[in-house]
Design a protein around this ligand. Structure first.
Ligand code: SF4
Length: 216
């Protein structure tokens, strides 16, 4: 893949959109640990702000957007351009609390694929190449996201979450990849998931392999 240099990006992208800011909790180049793209290198952009507030959330620090610095689109794309990333994962927090159009348009000038991990509970925005929907009981997805879901990833803590997973799968396109993921601190769900996938082979298991690899 040919990547555009950040200098070219700056000269070819409207200046006022490069100055748009987003609250950023952290960004880092690592290995995608979860879901269908597990094992691929990816640049993660973790935007701050979340109104879903799952009690088992492992990034609670992301919830309050005010706690985090506002970073310009230009700063974000400059950092991505310095890496060899071919995939950028926009995550959170709940990234769809923000209008992602300026950020995704700018990132696309680098030639990267843009993935998002979202609860789907806010309106979809931006130009996205891969949508991972991870629905949460605490604030359910809006209907508008289902036709665009590439991957459905349901975190499972207990048996009733499997019915919850089926309910959302029925709303997604047939091509959607369906994944069940044990919550890291609730390993007792693993036998439930294994039995379910053996009985329902259209589903797969997603593990948080970045935690085994000890990478962010
Ligand atoms: Fe945490 Fe994601 Fe739930 Fe928000 S939607 S509380 S970031 S797990």
């Amino acid at each position: 893949m040919q990547k555009t240099s950040s200098h070219t990006v700056i000269s070819s992208f409207p200046e006022h959109l490069l100055e748009v800011t987003y609250p950023l909790m952290e960004d880092f180049y690592t290995i995608q640990g979860e879901g269908a793209h597990t094992g691929k290198p990816a640049y993660f952009v973790r935007l701050a702000g979340c109104d879903v507030q799952c009690w088992w959330c492992d990034v609670k620090d992301s919830w309050d957007a005010e706690k985090h610095p506002k970073i310009t689109v230009k700063e974000i794309i400059d950092r991505v351009a310095e890496s060899k990333a071919e995939i950028v994962v926009i995550t959170g927090g709940e990234p769809l609390l923000h209008d992602l159009q300026p950020l995704t348009d700018a990132l696309h000038t680098l030639g990267v694929q843009i993935h998002i991990e979202t609860s789907g509970s806010s309106p979809v925005s931006g130009s996205l190449d891969w949508i991972t929907l991870s629905p949460k009981r605490f604030k359910e997805p809006l209907d508008e996201i289902y036709p665009y879901v590439d991957e459905l990833k349901v975190v499972v803590l207990r048996k009733k979450d499997l019915d919850w997973a089926r309910k959302h799968a029925a709303l997604c396109p047939e091509k959607t990849i369906k994944m069940l993921q044990p919550e890291w601190d609730t390993p007792k769900s693993i036998p439930l998931i294994v039995d379910f996938v053996k009985e329902n082979p259209e589903w797969r298991i997603s593990l948080q392999t970045h935690k085994f690899l000890n990478v962010p």
